[in-house]
Design a protein around this ligand. Structure first.
Ligand code: URA
Ligand code: SF4
Length: 222
């Protein structure tokens, strides 16, 4: 039998939320899966309630876990630069993650925490928070940053390589469209900023990320 902590986030999400702050407070106490146990805190999304673009990463990293805010480490700095280079206003963007607790493995000495990819069960458990955030935000465009976020949204067979370069209808393209508010947004798939940091050919990957984000800038202008 599933234990209480394996049942997902839904029971922790307020039934009729009125604001992102209310959601953020509720998410701080989420025990919807086991990931809360080892992490420091829930890292909820951040940005203005009127944001037209919502950028969705995988999960908080080591620095985000300590600071309690998404995309404030090296990947976040690169993402901020890419957003600016694509002509998007930072004030138009809300950033969040498909999984809201940091999943890691401690090294043998216990000194370092190594990032672990969240699995499908953990992603599905956490999706109610993203759905609730989107119901408060009403964005025009969602951006899935990397394969984990994309698979969380479009299902396990989705890949960035096959999906990027076009704006997909949202939530129609979702694996479980009924989870998400049906407000006629669009979804763009692109690479994760961490992939740029890890790449040998950083400039080419960075240019690809910016080119994808420019599609969002055009969509907002059009
Ligand atoms: N990587 C992510 O996917 N999300 C963060 O918040 C930070 C790094
Ligand atoms: Fe809840 Fe998500 Fe954290 Fe799991 S990862 S405890 S579902 S907020």
């Amino acid at each position: 039998m599933a234990t209480k902590t394996e049942q997902g986030a839904q029971e922790y999400v307020p039934a009729e939320p009125h604001s992102l702050d209310e959601l953020r407070r509720a998410a701080a106490g989420c025990r919807g899966c086991h990931l809360y146990r080892d992490a420091t805190q829930t890292v909820f999304g951040a940005g203005p309630e009127h944001a037209r673009v919502v950028l969705i990463g995988e999960q908080p990293g080591d620095i985000e876990d300590r600071r309690g805010a998404p995309f404030v480490g090296p990947a976040g700095k690169l993402l901020d630069r890419a957003i600016a280079d694509a002509g998007l206003a930072r004030a138009d963007a809300y950033v969040t993650n498909v999984v809201k607790h940091f999943k890691f493995k401690a090294t043998a000495t216990g000194k370092r925490r190594i990032h672990q990819n969240p699995n499908r069960t953990e992603i599905v458990a956490c999706l109610p928070w993203l759905a609730a955030e989107l119901s408060m935000l009403h964005p025009q465009v969602l951006v899935a940053l990397g394969g984990t976020a994309l698979k969380g949204l479009l299902g396990p067979s989705a890949t960035v390589a096959a999906s990027r370069g076009v704006l997909l209808p949202w939530p129609q393209a979702a694996y479980q469209p009924e989870l998400f508010p049906d407000e006629g947004a669009r979804l763009l798939a692109t690479i994760h900023p961490s992939a740029v940091l890890r790449a040998v050919d950083r400039d080419a990957l960075y240019d690809g990320l910016v080119a994808d984000l420019r599609l969002v800038t055009s969509a907002l202008a059009g």
